[in-house]
Design a protein around this ligand. Structure first.
Ligand code: PXL
Length: 279
């Protein structure tokens, strides 16, 4: 069984970061080790959330793994709450790298043109530097713009702009960039990718559900990472992750009393397993 490491926070309530990555990647039949970098009462869209920084403990945990000669087949980072946590992730991507290890960075920092609470432009640029350590990154348009120090383009952009943005993202130092939340026509939404080695540009779109939920980026990136670790080539992994995310949203909104803070990714796991050829 493959073993991967997921580095990000635990938001105790909120359906994001580790409470998504752990069940989704495990369901895909991959052993999922975790490194919790912060424990929050909820994700940061709630008012008055608590924030316990675990960076010092996390470093001790990593040092123990090194003494035990523990290795990983894939390493993924998500929301990181401070610059020190970015440095911690950078060290892990360096020290635990071996031939064939997939290094995945989801620079989870913002959405809809705005950074999440507690982040500023300097933090976003620092996250951009972490991407140098990655084989693949999957920002949304907000995160891409902030990492590249560009104005947020809003919803009016061309395909040419997206192609150029993807090349610039690869210029951060990763081989592959996947841009999420891309839409070129009303009613369709999906992802676009660029592989700097093969120079291949790929897109995948589905119907755009007219709603917006926290945590969908984490659902997408967990499924994309799981699909790639399961051996799916990038275009197929993008399809798996988009379809799983859309199904999670669809199954959320069929319940009129659904919560506002996260999607029902749990109910969509059978579809993920089908897309991965497990059932
Ligand atoms: O879903 C990304 C995410 C992860 N972790 C925390 C967050 C968010 C988004 O708001 O606040 C703590």
């Amino acid at each position: 069984m493959k073993r991967v490491l997921s580095i990000q926070d635990i938001s105790c309530v909120g359906k994001c970061s580790l409470t998504v990555a752990l069940p989704v990647i495990s369901a895909a039949g991959i052993e999922t080790a975790i490194l919790p970098t912060t424990v929050l009462s909820t994700h940061t869209a709630f008012e008055g959330f608590t924030f316990r920084d675990l960076t010092d403990d996390a470093q001790e945990i990593v040092d123990h793994w090194k003494r035990q000669k523990i290795t990983f087949d894939g390493i993924s980072s998500g929301y990181l709450g401070t610059v020190r946590q970015i440095e911690l992730a950078e060290g892990i991507f360096t020290d635990f790298h071996r031939e064939g290890v997939l290094r995945f960075v989801d620079p989870a920092m913002g959405d809809n043109g705005r950074l999440y609470a507690g982040f500023d432009r300097a933090f976003a640029l620092r996250m951009g530097k972490l991407c140098k350590k990655a084989d693949i990154i999957d920002p949304n348009m907000t995160e891409a713009a902030f990492m590249l120090n560009l104005d947020y383009p809003g919803e009016a952009y061309s395909e040419k702009f997206v192609r150029e943005l993807l090349k610039r993202l690869c210029g951060l130092g990763c081989r592959t960039a996947v841009l999420t939340g891309v839409s070129f026509e009303k009613g369709r939404c999906g992802v676009a990718s660029y592989d700097a080695e093969t120079q291949e540009y790929t897109t995948f779109f589905r119907e755009h559900l007219p709603v917006s939920f926290h945590g969908t980026g984490d659902v997408f990136s967990s499924a994309l990472f799981a699909a790639l670790m399961s051996g799916q080539p990038l275009p197929q992994a993008m399809e798996t992750a988009v379809d799983y995310t859309v199904e999670s949203i669809r199954l959320t909104i069929v319940h009129p009393d659904h919560n506002w803070y996260g999607v029902d990714f749990e109910s969509a796991i059978p579809l993920l397993l089908k897309k991965l050829g497990k059932i």
